[in-house]
Design a protein around this ligand. Structure first.
Ligand SMILES: Cc1cc2nc3c(=O)[nH]c(=O)nc-3n(C[C@H](O)[C@H](O)[C@H](O)COP(=O)(O)OP(=O)(O)OC[C@H]3O[C@@H](n4cnc5c(N)ncnc54)[C@H](O)[C@@H]3O)c2cc1C
Length: 441
């Protein structure tokens, strides 16, 4: 079958890879000059099968209200004009609220764990088959708490995860420091932790770009630098194909940009946060909304004192991962709009918080100076394609032959390999082997 995949983020490229493995003829289209240059670019790097709890839980509404007053809050709801496009944010918010109860939470966790385990196996298969290097560290993920009240709830969460087969252990402060001694200088503030030995970390950008090159070597056509401007479903007549209109991203303000129409038997929309507006043009409405997050990537100054185990700092809800000679810290979510600025007051406050926090927990280990101070913190922001449940949409839309693989929110790197594999299985007429509610089934 001739298949066009729209979007060369980690989800689109993984989908392309698995479709090629099953003998399909694949074209990938993306507006960027290479793969993984939007949300898959500088994320927290964690393959976090075991820390996959959705943001929607019974405590979230109260916390979100409290956090609305803080620019540095882990979850920030920034209300938009409800009379414009902003009404989608309110719809999304209502669906989010409907998931803030124990029953929905457990149901969502179950789906996320199933997809996570399937995905982890798929990732390991790709690595075994390709021998790919991407600063992968198979050392688990450790979570540290500096607030006793929060740590007191860690046992309950670990127990719930164990119910679904996840090995999450509650560890004392000393055990945490034995797992990752790099945090010794911050030990007085740590009250305890948890540890999931099966998790890992690695560079999503490097992985995705290398996998894209391997897709090309397997015969995929990679059309970079083209924006998708319209989707035209087939007439439904026998043998009719779907069309995609694309326009070259202009490099000059004067030259007219080049337009093309491409046709295929099937189309996969994997455009991250931009999936929802694109699918709306063919009458498919999905609650995928941008959740802005930030990261900073610092040069490590003292390699012997930098952590090897990827960690989560509970009080700031940030992930800290070592990527070769650099340390990435990433996190926070702002439910606002599609704005990608790093220049607003809120954006600056959030970025500086990341630098400050690394200096607090790992003093002197990295060059955390801001650009004004002569440093290179590589601040970055990306829009998580967030759904109210944190569960992605994987499957066929009501428009036959138009498929979706999007809405991976906080866990797209973790769930990428398996989401691509599962969709390729479905498109090839097979049932993927996992207990997951696929879209349209
Ligand atoms: C701060 C932060 C930290 C994170 N940490 C982690 C983590 O530790 N672990 C984890 O598992 N996940 C993490 N995530 C989430 C993860 O990065 C995302 O879920 C994942 O990257 C989404 O991948 P995607 O392919 O769906 O989207 P994207 O990577 O955004 O890809 C979509 C692609 O579609 C293209 N596109 C969109 N519209 C069009 C159009 N009209 N025409 C042409 N091309 C188009 C874009 O150019 C883009 O390349 C984090 C995210 C953030 C923001």
């Amino acid at each position: 079958m001739k298949i066009i995949v729209l979007g060369a983020g980690t989800i689109g490229i993984s989908t392309a890879w698995h479709l090629l493995q099953r003998g399909h003829d694949v074209t990938v289209i993306d507006r960027q000059p290479n793969a993984a240059l939007e949300t898959s670019f500088a994320n927290g790097a964690q393959i976090s099968v075991s820390y996959c709890e959705p943001w929607a839980n019974r405590d979230a509404p109260l916390k979100a209200l409290k956090w609305m007053l803080s620019k540095e809050a882990p979850l920030l709801f920034r209300p938009q004009n409800p009379f414009g496009e902003g009404f989608r944010q309110y719809l999304w918010g209502l669906q989010f609220l409907a998931n803030c109860n124990d029953r929905a939470f457990e149901r969502n966790v179950q789906q996320l764990v199933a997809l996570g385990s399937y995905s982890h196996a798929a990732l390991k298969d790709i690595v075994a088959e390709t021998g790919m290097e991407y600063n992968r560290l198979e050392r688990g993920i450790a979570h540290f708490y500096s607030d006793q009240k929060s740590f007191d709830t860690a046992g309950e969460a670990a127990e719930l995860m164990r119910k679904y087969g996840v090995d999450r252990r509650v560890v004392s402060k000393q055990e945490f420091l034995d797992i990752e001694p790099a945090y010794r200088a911050y030990a007085d503030s740590i009250v305890g932790g948890t540890f999931t030995p099966g998790d890992e970390s690695g560079d999503c950008l490097v992985f995705t770009q290398k996998l894209a090159e391997l897709c090309k070597a397997k015969g995929a056509e990679l059309l970079y630098g083209y924006s998708v401007t319209a989707l035209k479903p087939s007439s439904g007549a026998r043998g009719a194909m779907h069309s995609v209109a694309i326009q070259a991203v202009s490099t000059s303000s004067t030259a007219p940009s080049h337009m093309e129409i491409h046709k295929a038997d099937h189309i996969v929309v994997a455009c991250g946060s931009y999936t929802a507006p694109l699918l709306r043009t063919v009458g498919v409405s999905l609650p995928i909304y941008p959740g802005k997050g930030y990261s900073a990537t610092f040069q490590i100054l003292k390699p012997e004192q930098a952590p090897w185990v990827s960690t989560i700092d509970d009080s700031k809800k940030v992930a800290i991962s070592r990527l070769g000679d650099q340390l990435r810290v990433a996190g926070t979510i702002e439910v606002g709009n599609y704005d990608l600025t790093l220049e607003s007051d809120v954006a600056r406050a959030r970025c500086h918080m990341l630098s400050r926090r690394i200096e607090e927990v790992l003093p002197g280990v990295c060059d955390t100076r801001t650009a004004e101070q002569g440093g290179q913190p590589n601040y970055w922001t990306g829009l998580r394609p967030a759904t109210p449940t944190n569960i992605p949409y994987i499957g066929q839309t009501p428009v036959r032959g138009i498929w979706v693989n999007a809405g991976h929110g906080t866990l797209g790197w973790t769930h990428g390999a398996g989401s691509g594999k599962a969709l390729a299985e479905l498109m090839s007429g097979h049932t993927p082997e996992l207990a997951f509610q696929f879209y349209g089934t």
